[in-house]
Design a protein around this ligand. Structure first.
Ligand code: BGC
Length: 264
């Protein structure tokens, strides 16, 4: 069985587990700790490395690859934006710092990108091959709205559709799941806000499908039938673990590539 450790770093919690890369199932207990406050790189990396150590000790497999998903644009291993975490992450060489702290190469990706990868491999992408043809957009609705853009099943990273401007503000301020609670909205009202975001995306990218993930996707029946956008909308099937599974997948893929091409 091939295994990697996935870490999902968010503004409120940091979650980690070992993942069976063949099935996408968790291969260890899932650990969740609160995000330190302030959520500076130094404080967060300490937590990440502690979680990884705990899992590798339980597994007895110290060399397991590690992948981390973060709510940031990631370019060349650096965190370039920081939407719901400390601004010290902006322009920070995160991959190198984590590699040093964890003591082995760490793969780093945007949290929504990696959750989308997991959904494509083990969720709807596995059960409904139509989403692997042409453009599919995966959105994760949580504290913010994250996005993963796929063409023929291949990820185009860092799409950041949560930050498109709608009514003069970041779209995620109304379409994220947290916005519904913060604004005290009914499901019906919030579905209207989300619909507006989906329609704005559709006008630019014309996807064949939208897949909606994040914890709220298990309540899909409350809002998906109310959406009137052109592309069909599906609820993600992996739910909350998608971020962990996707981060582990990224680590596994990078480890496999390095074996094929050691100069990469
Ligand atoms: C961030 C994205 C992230 C999303 C979900 C947004 O605010 O800009 O990078 O994917 O939140 O966490």
């Amino acid at each position: 069985m091939s295994i990697a450790i996935g870490v999902d770093v968010g503004g409120s919690g940091i979650k980690a587990a070992a993942v069976n890369l063949e099935t996408g199932e968790l291969a260890s207990e899932r650990i969740r700790v609160l995000t330190p406050s302030p959520s500076t790189p130094e404080a967060m990396i300490k937590v990440v490395s502690r979680l990884v150590k705990r899992i590798t000790t339980t597994l007895g497999a110290p060399a397991t690859p590690v992948g981390v998903g973060m709510p940031c644009v990631i370019l060349d291993g650096a965190t370039v934006t920081a939407a719901n975490i400390d601004k010290a992450w902006i322009g920070f060489a995160a991959r190198d710092a984590m590699t040093k702290a964890v003591g082995r190469p760490v793969a780093l990706g945007n949290d929504a990108d990696v959750a989308g990868l997991a959904e494509m491999r083990f969720g709807i992408g596995a059960s409904d091959p139509r989403v692997r043809i042409g453009v599919t957009i995966f959105l994760t609705l949580g504290t913010g709205t994250g996005s993963a853009l796929f063409n023929d099943g291949v990820l185009v990273p860092n799409s950041e559709l949560g930050h498109m401007e709608i009514r003069g503000k970041d779209a995620e301020r109304r379409s994220a799941a947290a916005a519904r609670i913060r604004r005290g909205e009914s499901w019906k009202y919030w579905a209207g806000d989300l619909d507006e975001h989906l329609k704005a995306i559709d006008r630019i990218l014309w996807p064949r499908f939208f897949i909606l993930g994040g914890g709220v996707s298990k309540q899909g029946a409350r809002f998906i039938p109310r959406l009137t956008c052109r592309p069909p909308v599906m609820a993600a099937t992996l739910r909350n673990e998608a971020g962990i599974v996707g981060a582990a997948l990224l680590a596994g893929d990078i480890a496999a590539q390095a074996q094929e091409d050691p100069n990469r």
